[in-house]
Design a protein around this ligand. Structure first.
Ligand code: ZN
Length: 130
């Protein structure tokens, strides 16, 4: 139980800056739970040639417009082609994924800043001996 008390203590910084960070942190925590259907990466419209020699795209430098989802899996970049009719439904799921990722990063950054503030506010004199 001693460990848990100490963990709470890390984010127990005083002052306005710390209060603002905690307020923002808990607002984010209340707002976000893991969106089950969210997607990673980014959705983009690109162009490519279909390869048929008789198709107009063989001469057209732009080729056919194609939607693609670019994302990372186990540290490797992957590109998935997305059918036109899926693009509009997929777009909000990608946006949801980005918002969630940003929120998680912000909560962790707030924790790090609270830890830093707490560290600055602690003095060797106030530190408890084990
Ligand atoms: Zn073509």
């Amino acid at each position: 139980m001693c460990i848990i008390t100490r963990m709470d203590d890390w984010y127990d910084a005083r002052g306005d800056a710390a209060a603002r960070l905690r307020q923002r942190k808990y607002a984010l925590l209340r707002r976000f739970s893991i969106p089950a259907d969210a997607l990673p990466g980014s959705l983009a419209l690109t162009h490519r040639r279909c390869g048929r020699p008789t198709c107009h795209c063989a001469r057209d430098p732009k080729g056919h417009p194609v939607w693609s989802l670019t994302f990372m899996v186990n540290g490797k970049k992957r590109v998935e082609w997305i059918p036109d009719e899926w693009a509009e439904q997929i777009r909000p799921l990608v946006e949801q994924g980005r918002e969630f990722k940003d929120a998680v990063a912000e909560v962790f950054a707030a924790n790090a800043q609270l830890l830093a503030l707490r560290r600055q506010q602690s003095t060797p004199r106030r530190r408890k001996k084990p």
